[in-house]
Ligand binder design. Structure first.
Ligand code: S5P
Length: 273
């Protein structure tokens, strides 16, 4: 049998690799193969020092860095630029989980502003509640600074009582998103593999699905969060597990990140056949 470390993205991702139409998504799939990890860390920490320390500990075990730039207490442009440089040197896509939701032209402007998200984020999240033009607004913002990026549309959420499964919302989101080359993929609910399988069958193979709501300890989390097992999420169709507290609240973040990486990689290889 071929050693896994010589496997190319076509062998690991199968038809996902062949049909995926988004350059950044293909880059992510290659990174996953190189690092043998489909872990996106949700680095929900309040200081730049803590963020840097976390990346130093776990950078080799993850494929992307997810941030919430507006929860950092000591944010400065210089401090943030240093963190982004570190992420790039670790071969990580930078994903700002801003959950844009306004009309297209305001979302474009919100990509600028104090944080200037368009200049450093490769991927951002958006709700589709305002209609499909939000994707054009966000893509235009990247073009404004000579960059390109990808939008992750929230098709499902992991929190209990969320309203995204009401009255055909998810289906409409998927229909609009699949047809749009600015869409990197979708956020699905990692805590409910059965719902995730249904989402995957609607999405098809041309777009990625990344899933929060995963933890090696499953069940209810804080304030309505719900957790499913990372392997089950991947076997149900997730292409990237978004892990926050499972890593950054661990006493040993490096070992935790390594354990999530191993689970994700094993499940990806199992799904392949
Ligand atoms: O439905 C969602 C969508 C997202 S992006 N549910 C989520 O929890 N998230 C994000 O994933 C959330 O903003 C947080 O950064 C992360 C989950 O963190 P954890 O500590 O619960 O693993």
């Amino acid at each position: 049998m071929q050693p896994v470390n010589s496997m190319g993205p076509g062998e690991v991702w199968g038809s996902r690799w062949e049909t995926c139409d988004n350059a950044l998504a293909r880059k992510y799939m290659q990174t996953v193969c190189r690092k043998q990890s489909a872990v996106i860390v949700a680095a929900d920490l309040r200081t730049i020092d803590e963020l840097n320390m976390l990346l130093d500990l776990i950078g080799e075990y993850i494929a992307a860095l997810k941030t919430h730039v507006d929860l950092v207490d000591d944010w400065t442009p210089e401090g943030w630029a240093g963190l982004c440089e570190k992420a790039k040197s670790l071969d990580l896509l930078i994903f700002e989980d801003r959950k844009f939701a306004d009309i297209g032209k305001i979302s474009r402007d919100q990509m600028a502003g104090v944080y200037d998200i368009r200049s450093w984020a490769d991927v951002v999240t958006a709700h589709g509640i305002s209609g499909p033009d939000i994707v054009d607004g966000l893509s235009a913002a990247w073009e404004d600074v000579g960059r390109s990026g990808g939008v992750l549309l929230l098709a499902q959420m992991s929190s209990r009582g969320n309203l995204l499964d009401i009255a055909g919302y998810t289906d409409a989101m998927v229909d609009a998103g699949v047809a749009n080359s600015g869409v990197f993929g979708f956020i699905g609910n990692g805590s409910r593999p059965d719902e995730l399988s249904v989402l995957r069958s609607k999405v098809g193979n041309s777009k990625l699905i990344w899933t929060p709501g995963v933890n090696l300890t499953t069940g209810d989390g804080e304030m309505g969060q719900r957790y499913g097992h990372p392997s089950e999420a991947i076997l149900a169709g997730s292409d990237g597990i978004i892990v926050g507290s499972g890593i950054h609240k661990s006493n040993d973040p490096a070992s935790a990140a390594k354990a999530y990486a191993l689970e994700s990689w094993k499940a990806l290889l199992e799904r392949r056949v």
